[in-house]
Design a binder for this molecule. Structure first.
Ligand code: AMP
Length: 302
């Protein structure tokens, strides 16, 4: 299928309105990799049309350097999307997404969308304003595209909670959360991985190794967040990573910080800097594995 390429969000919205049938939507910031493409393929399997947005949203970046360094390649991304079964890809400028709403090139605070309680703590704490920026652009994208279903990766775990809240508030779309795509080393795929030096990349492996080690502890019967978090810290201790958080949460009680009580469900989450690159990763410790890492060499031994 030939991919429709669009550099004007208003035109993209008109294209979407002219479609009949179900529309799957995958919002991205581009520099696409296999993780993004797994979302696109899933959307293509479940919908008549698949729309992908590619926009490095300045509203969700705290650090100017991070925004400037973020990799960008619209044409290369479109070539990949064509092979993955997308129907249309669009991009635009901040001004085009918020026409007539910017003041001195920025969207005033009072016009930004409240991301709700799920935004409190963790990413919300270490990246102030980040989820406000995410909720604001995602609400605008949903309004433009009017998707039947929207696809998000579990890689950005807290973001999926924020987006679910937003979709509930808007009354659409159905939010589909897809498993984390990993390299065979265990490293979660990320656009930022291209910025890692070989040494950073080696250090980055500690994130997934610590998470899978915690899941082994869970499988061995350990149910207290405090004990599991200690295992995370131990597994990260010999790295040179600058750890921002390494925590265990009950996904059903996100705003509660668990201690020694026995958990029925748990997700372990880590954010850390490898050199100049900030990385996040997470793993559900309970239930069936949420990603296909069972065959990797590490896990039980860590
Ligand atoms: P981004 O371009 O980083 O904003 O990501 C766009 C979407 O792709 C988000 O829903 C991410 O959670 C998802 N995504 C990014 N990396 C991965 C991955 N390794 N596995 C699955 N989904 C991912």
């Amino acid at each position: 299928m030939t991919l429709q390429r669009c550099t004007d969000p208003a035109q993209a919205a008109a294209w979407c309105r002219a479609r009949e049938g179900t529309l799957g939507f995958v919002p991205t910031m581009g520099a696409l990799h296999e993780g993004h493409l797994s979302l696109v393929r899933r959307a293509a399997a479940e919908n008549d049309h698949v729309v992908v947005s590619i926009f490095v949203n300045p509203l969700q970046f705290g650090e100017v350097r991070d925004l400037e360094n973020y990799p960008r390649d619209f044409e290369g991304d479109c070539d990949l999307l064509e092979t993955a079964g997308a129907s249309m890809a669009f991009t635009g400028t901040l001004e085009q997404f918020f026409p007539g709403e910017l003041v001195e090139g920025d969207l005033p605070r009072e016009q930004r969308v409240d991301p709700g309680e799920a935004a409190l703590g963790l990413e919300g704490e270490f990246r102030p304003g980040h989820f406000e920026g995410v909720a604001t652009i995602v609400q605008r994208l949903f309004t433009l595209v009017q998707p039947t279903r929207a696809y998000f990766g579990a890689k950005d775990y807290q973001q999926t909670l924020v987006v679910r809240t937003l979709a509930e508030r808007m009354g659409f779309p159905e939010v589909v959360v897809c498993p984390i795509s990993r390299e065979t080393s265990g490293l979660a795929r990320s656009s930022r991985n291209t910025l890692l030096t070989p040494e950073d990349r080696e250090q980055a492996l500690y994130l997934s190794q610590a998470l899978f080690a915690a899941r082994e502890r869970w499988r061995a019967g350990i149910r207290s967040a405090a004990a599991l978090e200690q295992h995370l810290r131990d597994a990260l201790a010999s790295s040179t990573l600058e750890v921002e958080y390494a925590v265990v949460r009950d996904p059903e009680r996100w705003s509660h910080v668990p201690g020694r009580e026995s958990l029925e469900r748990a997700v372990a989450l880590i954010a850390a800097r490898a050199g100049a690159v900030r990385l996040i990763d997470n793993l559900e410790l309970h239930g069936p594995p949420s990603d296909a890492l069972e065959d990797l060499p590490f896990g039980a031994g860590l």
